[in-house]
Structures are given as C-alpha cells and as structure tokens.
Design a binder for this molecule. Structure first.
Ligand SMILES: [Zn+2]
Ligand SMILES: [Zn+2]
Length: 475
C-alpha cells in the first residue's frame, strides 16, 4: 500500500503501524502534527493520528476483523472513523470486494450510500474456479490431501514455469496426536486444547498459550507405542508437495516462518523474484499481494472454517475463498481449485461463482431467522478464573445482576444463561461466558456498566470479567 501511494503521490505520506519503534512512531506523529504530510497510511490505531485538517477517511478491506481491537480498550476503528467523520462532516469510505454482511445491509437499506465498481482494476477476467469433492476422491482410493485434479494442475504449472499458491488455514504438521490403542489425545496442560505437532522442532505445541513438550513416543496413559498423527497443517502439506514434486521449489508462509521482523516481506519477495514454484501458507498469503506469474491457486480444505461455532463462519469462509481466488491470474489467465467435503454448501457454490450478491441474499435471510447481527448487537461477558468454582459462581451472579438491571432500566435484552466457553480453559484460567442480544444504545451501555460496577462490589478475588460488544471471537 505504501509503495503504491509513494509512487502516485510522492513524499507527502506518513505511515503508522505497530512494528515501528517508539522513535519512528514519534517522528511520524510529529510529521502529521506539523502538517508536513497530506496522507496518513496505517493499521487500526492510525485512526487516532493527530491530523489537523482531515478531509476524508478511507477504510480498505473493511470486512477485515482486525479493525476491532481484541485487547483493552476494545475499540472498533470503523466505529471511531464513523464518529470522527461525523464530527468533521467529512466522507468515510468503506472499501471491499466482499463487504461485511453488516456493512452491506446498511448499504442495501440506504443507511449508507452504495458505490459499485463493475470492472476489475486491471481489466483481467475472473479466474475459473473448480470444485473438487474430497468424498469422491476418497471413494476413488486417493488418500492424499492433494486431489488428482489439483495434482494435474500443479504439474501443468511446473511445466509452464508458472507459479502456484496453496492455501491451508492450519499451521504445524498434524493438528492433533492420539493414541490408537486407548484414544488418549495429547492436550495442553494449561488449556483445554489439543497440542499441534511441529515436525521441524519435533515438539508438540499449544497454539493458545505457547506451552510445548517434546514429541511423544509412548502414550502417557497406556504406554502403547501406537501413537498416530491426525489432521494436516502447512508443514505436512509442504512435506507432501516435496514428495509428490521433488523438483519443485517451495516456500512456506505462516506464523512459524514469519516470526522475525521483515521476514514476512522477505518470503514474499523471495517467492516473487526467485520465481519459486509453490508458495504454501495460511491466510497470510491471501491478502492483497500481487504476483503476476501466479496462475494457479489451490485451496486444500475449504471447509475448515465452515464448521466453527460462530455465526460469522459462512461470511469468513466466503471472504477467504474469494480473496484467495483473487490471487490467481492477476495478469495471465488463472485457475482456482477448491477442495471440499461440502461441494453443495451454498457458501462454496457462491464462492465458485464469485457471486457476492447471491451469497449476501442467502446469508442475510439466515441471520434474520436466527436473529444475529445485523438484526441485533451481541454483548458477551467473558468470565475467567484460576478457580473452577469461583468462575461458575461469578458467572451466575453476573447473570442475576444483569437480569435485575434489565427490569430496573426497562431495557430489552435477550440474555442467555451462563455456560462454559467453547474453549473451557486457556492458560490455566477456567472460562465461562454470558451472551446477550440487544439493539445497542446508550441505555444498554449504561446497563452493562452498572452491571459490572455492581459485580465488582462483590469482590470475587480471582475472577476477571470482560464485557465486549460485538466480539470478534466467541471462543
Ligand atoms: Zn495452552
Ligand atoms: Zn494409549
């Protein structure tokens, strides 16, 4: 983004993001304050840049969940932008090829203006998307994670010296490890989560807290040696590809390979300039990169996000499939192979057609029936404690206070009983949650605040409570 703006507008740009050092950040901040720049480009917190004479705010890829901060203060940059735009009486532009359902609903109902781009920027045609039914592959005796169709297309690309991106949203080698004799699954001792096997370090790691142990040879429960690895992560995928195509060059991009500063950029540059045959990665490979020689994109497991317990599962799957497909054929003609166990699912079908409107029309009906946003706002109380009994007591208490306050404030709030969170323990903290649906207004905000205040007076010493409005993550 910065490169493109520098090329077009020259040296009048300030850049703000979290990888800057304190000194760099200070310099950028001063440049902005002293009116030395015309454009500020930045990630989420750039919305707070001290611009004196603001004329327009543009939020690109507005559907991206990272605009909402998951740490305190839990602000949403889109909401802040809306507020600043109103205060300054300036336009706010939300841009996306796959707008969030909430934003598009506002455009459809005339709450915000809809401006549609009908042509692709570089005038190239959309890539052709093919769906492969993985159940059929299994029935035909192919037990590999690469379908026959994808294999053929990769081979074609290697022969033509064109590049391929393979997308898989799970890192590590195997996603869980189980004893074949007694069924014991290796879990993190601090979190209620299976450990992921990483082959390069020969360790089992927790992706939630970082806990790791040496790989197991013997089952801790029954002492059997019959330990089996299940599920496929990016590491195993790279391994498979190297076995299937020993002459192909590959590079992997996921959290494990981009932990150092700049390594993200290095991998992408290497892929581009050294003309490496195959880039394998998690959703990091999806976003906005421009690789002219990439003509094939393979989605290894399109279903992996479809079955998560979140009302946005469909939306996220559609976004990611559309975006990953967009990496193919930026200049030359491109093909996309989507491997799935649910070829008839409407999300997969709409993604194949790359038809956002059809996806939106079906999804908005589902949301309406189930009463999910945009037909309500969600408030989530997350309650966590190292004390298993206390977290339960505290949750029940908050629930009572909330119910009582509803009557007092005469506000309508649909409150669900407290339950154990889908991930019941993280970093030795037991987790509960209370979910409520409402139409957010000042009365609701007051109600939430009063509830928290009343709760704090009860002095549950070891319990932490967080109230989050329209949370990104409901785990
Ligand atoms: Zn853990
Ligand atoms: Zn065992």
């Amino acid at each position: 983004m910065v490169d493109r703006f520098l090329a077009r507008f020259g040296d009048c740009i300030a850049v703000l993001h979290s990888k800057l050092s304190v000194g760099e950040r200070y310099d950028e901040w001063q440049k902005i304050k002293q009116n030395k720049v015309k454009i500020v480009i930045g990630a989420r917190s750039a919305i707070f840049a001290p611009i004196n004479n603001l004329g327009i705010i543009i939020i690109d890829e507005e559907h991206d969940s990272s605009y909402k901060s998951e740490m305190s203060p839990r602000y949403n940059a889109k909401e802040i932008a809306k507020f600043i735009a109103k205060q300054n009486n300036i336009p706010l532009v939300l841009g996306s090829a796959t707008p969030s359902i909430n934003t598009f609903a506002k455009a459809k109902t005339g709450k915000i203006e809809l401006i549609t781009l009908t042509k692709r920027a570089n005038k190239s045609s959309l890539p052709e998307v093919n769906i492969v039914d993985l159940r059929q592959e299994l029935a035909n005796g192919n037990r590999s994670i690469i379908s026959n169709k994808l294999y053929d297309e990769i081979e074609k690309n290697l022969n033509n010296k064109e590049q391929t991106i393979l997308f898989l949203n799970r890192r590590g080698f195997s996603t869980f490890v189980m004893c074949r004799d007694c069924g014991y699954t290796v879990k993190c001792k601090r979190c209620n989560i299976s450990l992921t096997y990483h082959e390069y370090s020969n360790k089992l790691k927790c992706h939630y807290c970082g806990y790791e142990i040496k790989n197991l040879q013997i089952c801790p429960s029954c002492k059997s040696k019959n330990i089996k690895y299940f599920g496929t992560g990016t590491e195993k995928l790279q391994n498979e590809i190297q076995k299937l195509f020993p002459n192909a060059s590959t590079i992997r991009m996921d959290i494990d390979t981009v932990s150092k500063k700049n390594s993200h950029e290095e991998i992408l540059n290497k892929f581009k300039s050294n003309n490496i045959d195959i880039l394998i990665g998690t959703q990091m490979v999806v976003k906005g990169h421009h690789f002219p020689n990439v003509t094939l994109v393979g989605v290894i497991a399109a279903d992996s996000n479809l079955n998560i317990e979140d009302y946005r599962a469909n939306e996220r799957t559609f976004d990611i499939l559309t975006q990953v497909a967009g990496r193919a054929g930026r200049e030359k003609e491109g093909r996309v192979i989507v491997q799935t166990y649910n070829p008839k699912n409407f999300v997969i079908e709409c993604a194949k057609k790359q038809n956002y409107d059809e996806f939106y029309n079906t999804e908005i009906e589902l949301r309406k029936q189930l009463k999910y946003p945009p037909f309500c706002d969600i408030i989530m109380f997350s309650i966590s404690s190292s004390n298993k009994e206390e977290v339960e007591q505290a949750s029940k208490k908050i629930y009572c206070i909330l119910k009582n306050n509803c009557k007092k404030y005469n506000t309508i709030l649909e409150i669900y009983r407290p339950v154990v969170s889908p991930i019941s323990k993280i970093k030795n903290k037991y987790r509960w949650r209370i979910i409520a649906k409402c139409n957010l207004n000042n009365a609701i905000v007051n109600l939430v605040n009063t509830t928290l205040e009343e709760y704090y007076k009860l002095k549950f010493k070891n319990t932490r409570v967080v109230a989050d409005i329209n949370p990104n993550n409901m785990n």
